[in-house]
Design a protein around this ligand. Sequence first.
Ligand code: NAI
Ligand code: MG
Length: 495
Amino acid sequence: MPIDPILDPSVLAKELSGYHLINGKLVAPKNGKTFDVLNPATGKVIGQAADGDADDVAIAVAAAKAAQKDWAERPARERGKLLAECGRILMSHAEELGRLVALESGKALRTESRVEASVLADMFVFFGGLASELKGETVPFNPNMMTLTTREAVGVVGAIIPWNVPMMLMAIKVAPALVAGNAVVVKSAEDTPLAVLRVCQIMQEVLPAGVFNILSGFGPSCGGPLVEHKDVKKVSFTGSVETGRTVYRAAAEKLIPVTLELGGKSPMIVMGDADLDKAIAGAIGGMRFTRQGQSCTAASRMLVHESLHDEFVKRLIDKVNTLKMGDPLDEETDIGTIINRKQFDKVCGYIEVGEKEGATKNELSALPTDSALSDGLFVRPVIFTNVDPNARIAREEIFGPVACVFKFKTFEEALELANDSDFGLAATVWTTDLKTALVATKRLEAGFVQVNQNLVVQPNLSYGGIKLSGLGKEASLESMLEHFTYKKTIILNME
Ligand code: NAI
Ligand code: MG
C-alpha cells in the first residue's frame, strides 16, 4: 500500500514514536521501554524512540536471516530494480523526510535537510543500477580446469549509523548491502531515530519483509549486541573513533569484516595563486558551516599562504557573518543547531580551550532572537586565527562550527602541516598552478582529495579515510563489491 507523505513533521514524529521496524512491520520493543526524542532548536519533546536491547536485536537478526536466503536467490537485477524503485518513491517523500530530519536533528531545512533527503533517494537509484556489476572473473589457471570467481552475499549485515547525516549515511550502507543480496539490521543514532525509521517504512512498500530492519536504542545496550550477534556477518559503522575501536574489537572476536568511517580534521591548502572567490566559497561549503560543522569531512584546518592570509580571513569572516541562524524549519535559516546538549558542551568547551591556548577568536553570525528558540542549542560559528599547530583545537576533532586558520610560507611547509594529523579523511588544495595541484594530490595523506572544490559524498566516488579516519570505502561500486560480498574461487576439473 503506497504511503502518503505527511508534511507536518510533528504529526509524523508522533506517528512513528516508540517503534522499531522488524520483518516489515512497526513493532514496539520487547521491554516496552522508550526514550524521548527532542527538537534541539527548542528543547521540546517531539516523540519517543524504542529503547531496544539484545532481545530486539535477536528478533531482528532472526527476521533478517530468514529473509536473506530468498533475497539472495533472486536475480541481481531484480533486486536492483526494487532498490531503484525505492529511490524513486523516497524522492516523492523528500520534502517530508527533509522536514522530519530537520525537526529531530536541528539541521536547517533549506541548506541541509532537504538536500540530504534527495541525496538519500539518489543513492538508492544509483546502487540499484549496479546490480549487474556483481560479476566474477575467469582465471587462467590450468587449461584443463575451468577456474572462476563469483561474488557472494555475506548474509546479515549490521549497520550502525550516526546523527549528523542519518539518512544519507544509512543509504550508503543499506543500498549496496541489499543490492548485493544481503539483509540488513540498522541501529539508528539516539538523537535521530525517526527520519531513518520513516525511510525504512516507506521502503517496505517495495521490499520483501525482513530484508531491511531498523532498531533504535543506545549504543552499548542495542548497538553492542548487534555487533556481537553470532549471525551478523559484517558490520558497517560510522561515528566516533572511540566507538569505532569498540566495534572493531567486538568484530575481531567473531573475525568478521568491518567498515569504519570515523573522524577527521581535514586540511584545506590555499596557495598564494589561488582564486580567492572560489576558495572562500569552498571554505564555507567545506567547513559545513550550514551544518554547524557537524561533518567528518569538515575542512576545519585552513592553511593559507601568507600573501593571502589576511584577505582570506577578512572575507571569510564577512561571509560567515551573513549566514542566518534560526529555526531549522524556517526557509530563511542558513544555520540550525547542534544536535544535543552533550555535543553543545563539547563544542563550547573547545572554544574555551582555544582561547586559553592563545588563539584569536572571531565569533560570527548572530544568535536567533525568537523567544521560542531561547533553549535551542545554537552555537555562533568561530574562526580561530593565530593557532599553534600543536594546540588541541588544531589537532582534535571538534565536530562543531569551529575552524582554525593557519599561515604558511612555503608549499613544503603547507604539505607538512596538512599531513601532521592523526586523521586522513579528506583534503583540498586551492591553486591555479597545475604542477602544484598534481604534487599536492600525490602527497596529501587522505582518502578523498580535491583541487579547487570541496564536494561532499557523491554516488559513484569511493569515500573513506586512512589513519584514524577509518577503514574501507563507501558510496561506490568498489564499496559494494569489496565490503558487502566475498569472493568465491571455483575450479572445475575437466580432465
Ligand atoms: P558515537 O560513535 O558514540 O555514536 C555513533 C553510533 O554508534 C550511534 O548510533 C551510537 O548509538 C553507536 N554506539 C555507541 N556506542 C556503541 C557501542 N558500544 N557499540 C555499538 N554501537 C555504539 O558518537 P557520538 O557520541 O554520537 O558523537 C561523538 C563524536 O563522534 C562527535 O563529536 C564526533 O567527533 C564523532 N562523530 C563522527 C561522525 C562521522 O560522521 N564520522 C558522526 C557522528 C559523530
Ligand atoms: Mg534530537
